[in-house]
Write a protein that binds this ligand. Structure first.
Ligand SMILES: Cc1cc2nc3c(=O)[nH]c(=O)nc-3n(C[C@H](O)[C@H](O)[C@H](O)COP(=O)(O)OP(=O)(O)OC[C@H]3O[C@@H](n4cnc5c(N)ncnc54)[C@H](O)[C@@H]3O)c2cc1C
Length: 443
């Protein structure tokens, strides 16, 4: 019996791919065969997957992340309709301080056969952008990386697509059942049963895909609250908190999504801009920041507007003291403020003239949500307590739809080279991922 906790992108992808592989081995899934059960305390897509902006990109400075993302993009491309995936491409538009690093991303994308175009220099970057969007006006931009693959997927539609496929393969999805603890037999480390609000369920394998709730499940598994991290210089930092929270800031400008069409009438790629040009309020002209800042946006019919976000805010509190529920827009604490609305709409106007004076149509409704991050803000995909596989994507993993396929293969005894750089032991061993100049913790 496989018990998967969490009906988000990872739990459902793992369940679906596991069922596919077991069936390919001639096994029956479900009663009389091998049961695969996905438990969710709320419902399908009730967590971060159901509110994600849904951006799918390869643009990562860390080689291991890029290779993992290239695999996930190929999974999105397998069935765009079922996953509500829009392969419009993705653009990383950067200032000089990021130029060289983004250049290495381009070189390595070429090396792994991931199609992209790299424009360098202020004049050429401006011309390239104006060629796509005639009102482009962002300043202090000296490179444009245009990924031809990637794009975005509609959050809930994508997880519902996965749930449908998983169910059709015999996976049972049980909602409204909360995991409250774990049992191990005979003093061993392995988990023999999962305690839930509906009783105890025996299991052979547990998969944890609980997104922002990872800290509470981690505690239930009695895993360490603090760890030692070996830095790049060889020095060891003890007592580093395993989990910390950040609040993702996202919102929607209430314009017709067609408003953001390109010069050729097509829908544009997802746009991500980082710059060190000062940002002034489009509302009252006041300086918002003169530090490196960034934003991302895309026209989206699902959100019915131009939707996107900016850098996340730190939640300066011990993870145990963070109230994750009620989650997302229902949270009384972690929704975006008017400051975000001013910053983000001003940033849109900074990039494109058509957004000047549009702050009045920003949709003032609760949006955004918190995510749980690892010490280095990169995922942990690993086995704990002998038979518990933890998928903790450090809150940038909606795009990582393929991780479930790789985890399913590992559950059945294979070793994934793509997942290997994301083991928990990397902190103690000092095998950390390189750090970029991006103002975002996940790039
Ligand atoms: C505002 C926002 C925007 C984002 N935008 C992007 C983006 O554009 N691109 C990107 O790649 N990533 C994005 N992310 C990150 C991405 O959404 C998450 O990394 C990803 O969705 C996590 O998926 P998951 O399956 O691990 O968890 P979730 O989708 O959070 O699902 C976890 C599920 O576990 C259930 N659960 C929790 N605890 C228990 C329990 N004890 N018992 C039973 N069930 C339980 C919950 O009800 C929930 O349904 C965004 C995140 C946020 C918050």
């Amino acid at each position: 019996m496989y018990v998967i906790i969490g009906a988000g992108i990872h739990g459902l992808s793992t369940g679906m791919h596991l069922a596919q592989r077991l069936r390919a081995q001639g096994k029956t899934i479900g009663a009389g065969g091998t049961p695969i059960v996905v438990l969710d305390k709320s419902g399908v897509g009730a967590g971060a997957s159901g509110i994600a902006c849904g951006v799918v990109r390869n643009n990562y400075y860390q080689p291991a992340m890029r290779e993992l993302m290239a695999h996930s993009v190929s999974v999105w491309e397998r069935d765009p309709q079922a996953y509500s995936y829009h392969p419009v491409g993705y653009m990383q538009i950067s200032p000089e301080v990021m130029h060289a690093q983004v250049g290495t991303i381009y070189e390595q994308q070429k090396a792994i056969g991931y199609e992209s175009v790299f424009i360098e220099g202020e004049r050429d970057s401006l011309d390239y952008m104006k060629g796509l969007l005639s009102d482009w006006q962002a300043r202090n931009i000296t490179s444009v990386l245009h990924e031809k693959r990637g794009g975005y997927a509609n959050n809930l539609a994508a997880v519902e697509g996965l749930a449908k496929k998983a169910t059709a393969l015999g996976v049972e999805i049980i909602t409204g059942v909360e995991v409250t603890g774990f049992r191990s037999a005979g003093g061993g480390s392995a988990i023999s049963a999962v305690e839930t609000s509906a009783g105890t369920i025996g299991c052979d394998q547990v998969v944890v895909g609980v997104g922002p709730w990872i800290n509470s499940i981690w505690n239930m598994l009695e895993l360490p609250k603090t760890i030692s991290v070996k830095g790049r210089d060889g020095s060891v930092h003890d007592g580093v908190r395993m989990w910390h929270y950040m609040a993702l800031q996202e919102g929607t400008l209430g314009v017709d999504p067609d408003y953001q069409k390109m010069n050729d009438g097509c829908m544009p790629p997802v746009i991500h801009v980082d710059t060190d040009a000062p940002l002034y309020s489009d509302r009252d002209g006041k300086l918002i920041t003169d530090k490196l800042w960034g934003l991302y946006y895309k026209p989206d019919f699902h959100f019915n507007g131009v939707q996107g976000g900016a850098m996340p805010a730190n939640v300066e509190r011990d993870a145990d003291a963070v109230r994750v529920d009620p989650y997302g827009p229902k949270s009384p604490e972690f929704v975006v403020t008017d400051n975000f609305a001013d910053m983000w709409t001003s940033a849109l106007a900074f990039c494109q003239k058509r957004f000047e004076g549009q702050h009045g149509v920003y949709r003032h409704e609760p949006s955004g949500g918190i995510g749980c991050f690892t010490p280095d803000s990169f995922p942990v995909f690993d086995r704990f307590r002998d038979n518990v596989y933890v998928i903790a994507d450090s809150n940038h993993g909606f795009k990582m739809i393929g991780v479930g396929e790789l985890v399913a293969a590992e559950l059945l005894g294979e070793k994934s080279t793509l997942l290997a750089p994301f083991r928990f032991a990397r902190y103690a061993e000092g095998k950390l991922h390189p750090v970029s100049h991006s103002p975002f913790p996940w790039s």
